[in-house]
Design a protein around this ligand. Structure first.
Ligand code: FES
Ligand code: FES
Length: 171
């Protein structure tokens, strides 16, 4: 079928230079590509999950310059020149991050689909000082949904790590 005269089939791409987990990741992508698709479809980093793709589940949570962001609502081009950290970049020197370790010890997952987002959010939540009470953790982790209902174990893992950093131990 012929293409109507007023419809263009050009796909305009641009070079977007991401820094992900300390590595340069130059991508030739359309400006409308989200950070989540850039990571998964172009960067082959599959840790950040696509749950809802509309900012409602938290499965895609990554850090940009240390702050948690929803990668499905962020354009890749927006974070050029900033440090993107995904779950793949959290462990150091072959050792799990303390939050990863706590999730294992507290059995804070079942199917694991939400887990990378939960962990990235938890790391930020603790760094923000929002993990001093169970109520705080419930509130500041409320953007991360878990269909398996592992919430109480997730909360215990977050509180455990927070307590180790000197944050409160009351419930
Ligand atoms: S996939 Fe981004 S919030 Fe659900
Ligand atoms: S562990 Fe299955 S969705 Fe959270």
């Amino acid at each position: 079928m012929a293409t109507p005269a007023n419809v263009t089939t050009d796909v305009r791409t641009t070079t977007v230079r991401l820094t992900v987990n300390g590595d340069e990741l130059p991508l030739e992508i359309e400006p409308r590509v989200t950070l989540l698709d850039a990571l998964r479809e172009y960067g082959h980093l599959y840790g950040a999950k696509k749950g809802c793709d509309q900012g409602q589940c938290g499965a895609c949570t990554v850090h940009v310059d240390g702050r948690r962001v929803l990668a499905c609502l962020t354009l890749a081009a927006q974070v050029e020149g900033q440090e993107v950290t995904t779950i793949e970049g959290l462990a150091a020197d072959g050792e799990m991050h303390p939050v990863q370790d706590a999730f294992v010890r507290h059995d804070a997952f079942q199917c694991g689909y939400c887990t990378p987002g939960q962990i990235m959010s938890a790391v930020a939540c603790i760094a923000e000082g929002h993990a001093t009470t169970d109520a705080d953790v419930r509130e500041y982790m409320s953007g991360n949904l878990c269909r398996c209902g592992a919430y109480s174990n997730i909360r215990a893992a977050v509180r455990d790590v927070a307590a180790g950093t000197g944050q409160g131990t009351t419930s």
